[in-house]
Ligand binder design. Structure first.
Ligand code: AMP
Length: 441
């Protein structure tokens, strides 16, 4: 019979099903060569945000549930079924499922929209949605997002679309379509809704259960339904762009003109409605054939009325979010990741205690100077074993120090790829190595 302690230990390392504890379904660890890919992408994307004048903002992972329930929309998948909720001491909190609502909460809390200077923010944050996991669709995923506030011009929309386009181009991804649409504004939206519901009403029994549910409160979302039977019906629907008011029409025409001038190809697609309620006017999506079933690379739009959902005066805003994991999939499909340069410059191989006494402080001196240095602390190990380790790490140079070398007041510097070896004096060895390494860079 196992001891009490033993059975507790067993439970700690095992899942209730008896296997090893694993990460939560739809959530992944990122490490090793995968991490190198992520870091490369992150550097590229950040550099594009900087050239477009965006500053980073980080909001908390947890927000009050109202931040999303009041804004993203009751009838959306996110609010209806995907939010991870945490209740603690009468607080009802949510693990952030998307970035814009939390961003708007932060803007209003800190009155950022009243500041004359920075009006462009980007974020890079983990998101949580309880979705059915599959390739490119996770329960914890990461989004880069851009939010451009206080500019209502179609040029701001074109600027944001051009930014998303520039990010993919910077990464070498060109295989995507840009679809844009206008969702109308407070003035023309009622007319659009009436036209749409008038068309859909006779077909209501043939729509899926969820679309039937959405008919009264969120009929536009029906245009976004992925079911083939619903798509067949909506494809025959009337053109809602004819319902746009003059202001929205002019805005949309000007946006298209700006994109043409910028030589950014796009498709005007009335089915682009986005899965979140807060959008009005411009909406857009980038889709790629590199991705498979989950083809959305990124998307966004205007959310000029979002502040009102927080009970505040509205102000213009436009933005987008793009999925990090989908970037990785697209770049892997293209085999487009550069070879990571993740190799130490120097491997210090001490043979014996006295050698370790000399090389240990030297390793720290070199690291302080920014030289990636590895050192073996197993100075009793043979030279062969230590060099094998250096080779495995793909170190550029190894520095070998044994009793013979100490007697001669030198060390041996071995170029691991060229298999050449030179003696260097112990006196001034730090400066000597720095020079050598810097010459090789
Ligand atoms: P959304 O916030 O739904 O407009 O999504 C913006 C982008 O985030 C999408 O175009 C995808 O690239 C990515 N994305 C959305 N949901 C997921 C998910 N569950 N897993 C991975 N990426 C996602």
């Amino acid at each position: 019979m196992p001891s009490r302690l033993g059975s507790i230990g067993f439970q700690w390392y095992s899942s209730p099903f008896g296997g090893i504890l694993k990460a939560v379904r739809g959530m992944h660890d990122i490490f090793g060569s995968e991490m190198a890919k992520w870091k490369w992408i992150e550097t590229q994307v950040r550099s594009v945000f900087e050239t477009f004048g965006y500053q980073e903002i980080r909001t908390p992972v947890l927000e009050n549930v109202e931040v999303f329930s009041k804004t993203v929309g009751d009838e959306t998948d996110i609010v209806e079924k995907q939010m991870y909720q945490v209740t603690k001491e009468n607080e009802s909190l949510v693990l952030r499922p998307e970035g814009t609502a939390g961003f708007m909460r932060a803007v209003l809390e800190h009155q950022l929209h009243r500041e004359p200077s920075i009006q462009k923010y980007f974020y890079y944050l983990p998101m949580f949605r309880h979705e059915r996991p599959q390739k490119g669709r996770l329960r914890q995923f990461h989004q880069f997002g851009a939010e451009f506030i206080n500019d209502s011009s179609p040029e701001a929309d074109a600027d944001v679309i051009a930014l998303l386009d520039a990010i993919y181009r910077k990464l070498g991804i060109t295989e995507y379509d840009i679809r844009i649409n206008s969702l109308g504004c407070l003035e023309c939206r009622p007319q659009m809704k009436e036209t749409l519901t008038g068309f859909l009403r006779p077909a209501l029994p043939n729509l899926c259960e969820q679309c039937q549910k959405r008919f009264e409160r969120a009929p536009f979302r029906i245009l976004d339904c992925k079911r083939e039977s619903c798509r067949e019906i909506t494809a025959k629907g009337p053109s809602l762009s004819s319902c746009l008011c003059t202001k929205c029409q002019t805005h949309h025409t000007q946006l298209k003109k700006r994109l043409e001038e910028a030589q950014i190809p796009f498709i005007d697609d009335p089915s682009i409605v986005r899965g979140l309620d807060y959008y009005s006017s411009t909406a857009f999506e980038f889709t790629s054939s590199l991705l498979g079933a989950q083809s959305a690379l990124g998307g966004g739009g205007r959310y000029d009325q979002l502040a009102e959902r927080f009970g505040e005066k509205p102000f213009p805003a436009v933005g987008f979010a793009l999925g990090m994991e989908r970037l990785v999939i697209a770049l892997e499909a293209k085999n487009a990741f550069p070879q990571p340069h993740l190799f130490p410059k120097l491997y210090l191989a001490p043979l014996g205690e006295r050698a370790l006494d000399i090389l240990f402080p030297l390793s720290l001196q070199l690291r302080r100077a920014g030289v990636w240095t590895e050192i073996s602390y197993e100075s009793q190990k043979s030279l062969k074993a230590q060099l094998k380790h250096a080779n495995r790490l793909q170190a550029h140079f190894s520095l070998i120090l044994g009793e013979d070398e100490i007697g001669k007041k030198v060390a041996l510097l071995k170029d691991m790829a060229a298999q050449t070896q030179t003696e260097i004096p112990l006196e001034g060895i730090y400066e000597n190595l720095l020079n050598k390494v810097n010459r090789e860079n």
